[in-house]
Design a protein around this ligand. Structure first.
Ligand code: ADP
Length: 604
């Protein structure tokens, strides 16, 4: 038994901490994760501070001195200490904690901590003056997609969350809020409880992320308001030239200098709806963002299991009309039964002695001992409303799914207290939790990459994407953990590729698997909704209809807004003019080649 770890930070002490109600759970999760970790917490740095491209140490030092004069010495910190991967609640802002390439490769040169929007403007102007790339993060819990790592090594990370973490407004009547980048789902939820407001937030699987950062990266949650970007209303943005912009109704000044009273009520306002270009892009730094909240309501979680792997197309066909008719109350998840094994938090070695993917019959044997029983697919849904309305919704749902022979229906009361459904029931009623961290005990030093293609909610399409995943996970020898997040006409088919951070062979295979998944799905017409920064160029390159019209459009905007190319160059594959055609794109097998001693960039 490994010893207990020092307690995770509490929300009362630190903006990024965990609420008291979850302290014991967080401690247990941390102890478990560290007991499955055998790499040292940190190793001595092999390299000095990673300088921004084309910048001498002397020029860099001068620039840092100037920035420290503006922000205060303690608010600009050099990234020259040993790198610590930490864990979810104590994550680094220096690099990608789930590094795929060398830990020291995708690092920033320094971290800057602005306290106000005016200071963000100051940093942006400074970056233009000194030609130093900057990379904004909110809380940096974007694990599986690059974490806090800047795409261009040596960039200065603007860690917005540390000092800009106020809930600026919660409007109980309008059911909306305005937050700064450092407000986590935990913090927003706790504040709503403190004020006893009958409102729900919508949170992703883990509650420690930034409400604003997740929405900007177009993350999803699981209540009826699970599409986070679709449920935002109004943004305040610092543009790459330092100018301040308010979108939506915020562009119309309120009376006597007040915020516009409809800023959080009406999204598009007048003229082109510009908000979209500030999501998954490098066109601005979002310093405030409004969100709609959901009014508290009755809710009922449930689980349906299906017996055969081959039921998959029938399940998808049953889901479509239910989703399109809005019978399905939220963003339900369809998961393969393999996940029932790893959400227990037990390591793979508990279930299977080999290192190859767990054979189907071994999964079957263990599943038959679990509450789900021997099944193939597991559907987690939640219905909302009053008791009568929920009952009639459940009748329709049960009726639709019972056409699939052997489908079994469970309510939380039918399942043991430690079953995963109880955590889903919380998430699906807007209560942020930590349960999903249990995944990360699967292999020692576990890290993960997400592969996240979009498929229409149609059996023929979903089957193609699934078959590609089955085939390629087998080829590269990884367990397949698909979760389909159902949002009406489409499903986010998300697979979690789990690898050991200390094992170069696993990392190489994981990277090769990602690359082949992206390419193979694209050939069939399926693309990702989001990806890790190392694969951003490849994914962006698949959206190439009409001679890359979309990327040329993005580049036109980028060059107009950011002529010096200082803001997050390369994010989502959008490179400013200064960088284009100079070897910055990561394509082909460059990631695999960089693993185990190589370097991903710069290749100048
Ligand atoms: P979370 O902690 O919710 O996962 P992050 O802070 O990691 O969110 O943000 C995810 C990504 O979105 C970041 O890597 C960054 O590229 C982008 N991003 C986050 N916050 C902002 C912001 N305020 N302005 C512009 N881009 C942002």
């Amino acid at each position: 038994m490994s010893k207990a770890q020092p307690p995770p930070p509490a929300l009362t002490q630190r903006y990024s901490g965990v609420p008291d109600r979850l302290a014991a759970i967080a401690q247990a999760a941390k102890d478990k994760l560290y007991s499955n970790k055998n790499v040292p917490e940190s190793v001595p740095r092999r390299h000095d501070v990673r300088l921004p491209p084309d910048t001498t140490r002397d020029a860099f030092d001068k620039a840092i001195t100037a920035l420290r004069k503006d922000l205060g010495v303690e608010h600009v910190v050099l990234n020259d200490k040993p790198l610590v991967d930490g864990w979810y609640l104590e994550h680094p802002n220096t690099h990608d904690a789930f590094h795929v390439v060398d830990q020291e490769d995708l690092v920033c040169s320094a971290m800057a901590y602005p306290a106000t929007t005016a200071e963000v403007q100051t940093i942006v102007r400074w970056a233009n003056t000194y030609a130093i790339p900057i990379y904004p993060i909110s809380m940096g819990r974007n694990v599986g997609y690059g974490g806090t790592a800047p795409r261009v090594p040596g960039s200065v990370v603007i860690d917005l969350g540390k000092r800009m973490n106020r809930i600026l407004n919660i409007d109980g009547e309008n059911a909306s809020c305005v937050v700064e980048p450092g407000v986590s789902y935990f913090a927003l939820y706790e504040e709503i409880q403190r004020r006893s407001l009958p409102l729900w937030i919508d949170c992703p699987d883990l509650g420690g992320g930034s409400v604003l950062g997740n929405a900007v990266d177009r993350g999803v949650g699981y209540t009826p308001m699970g599409d986070h970007f679709a449920n935002h209303c109004g943004m305040e943005i610092v543009l790459p030239n330092g100018e301040l912009l308010r979108t939506g109704m915020g562009a119309l000044p309120g009376k006597d200098g007040a915020d516009n009273p409809t800023w959080q009520s009406f999204q598009p306002a007048y003229g082109p709806y510009s908000d979209g270009i500030f999501s998954q892009s490098n066109f601005g730094i979002v310093c405030q963002m409004g969100f709609w909240l959901m009014r508290e309501t009755g809710h009922q979680a449930y689980m349906i299991t299906f017996p055969r792997d081959e039921d998959f197309p029938q399940i998808v066909e049953a889901i479509r009309p239910l989703a399109q008719n809005r019978i399905l109350g939220n963003i339900p998840q369809l998961r393969h039964v393999a996940q029932e094994l790893n959400v227990t938090g037990l390591p793979k070695s508990h279930w299977y002695a080999g290192t190859a993917p767990i054979p189907r019959d071994v999964i079957r044997k263990h599943a038959s001992q679990l509450p789900c029983g021997d099944c193939s697919w597991v559907f987690y849904g939640t219905q909302y409303g009053d008791i009568t309305s929920i009952k009639s919704q459940l009748d329709i749902i049960q009726d639709a799914f019972s056409k699939i022979e052997g489908a079994k229906f469970f309510l939380p009361k039918d399942l043991p207290d430690d079953h995963y459904i109880h955590s889903r029931a919380l998430v699906c009623s807007g209560v942020p939790v930590l349960r999903e961290l249990d995944w990360l005990n699967w292999v020692p030093n576990c890290a993960h990459l997400f592969f996240s293609p979009i498929t229409p909610t149609r059996a023929a399409d979903a089957q193609i994407v699934h078959d590609i995943n089955v085939r390629l996970h087998k080829k590269y020898s990884f367990d397949l953990f698909p979760t389909l997040c159902v949002a009406g006409r489409e499903m986010h088919y998300i697979t979690n590729i789990l690898y050991d951070r200390s094992n170069d062979d696993e990392k190489r295979r994981a990277a090769a698997l990602m690359r082949e998944l992206i390419a193979t799905c694209a050939k069939e017409g399926y693309g990702e909704y989001r990806t890790h920064i190392l694969f951003a160029d490849q994914v962006a390159g698949t959206y190439n209809w009409n001679n890359n019209a979309l990327m040329r459009f993005n580049e036109t905007i980028k060059d107009a807004l950011d002529p010096n190319g200082i803001l997050a160059p390369g994010r989502n594959g959008i490179w400013p003019k200064k960088y284009r055609g100079k070897g910055w794109q990561i394509l082909g097998d460059e990631v695999e080649k960089a693993i185990g001693g190589g370097t991903i960039s710069p290749k100048l």
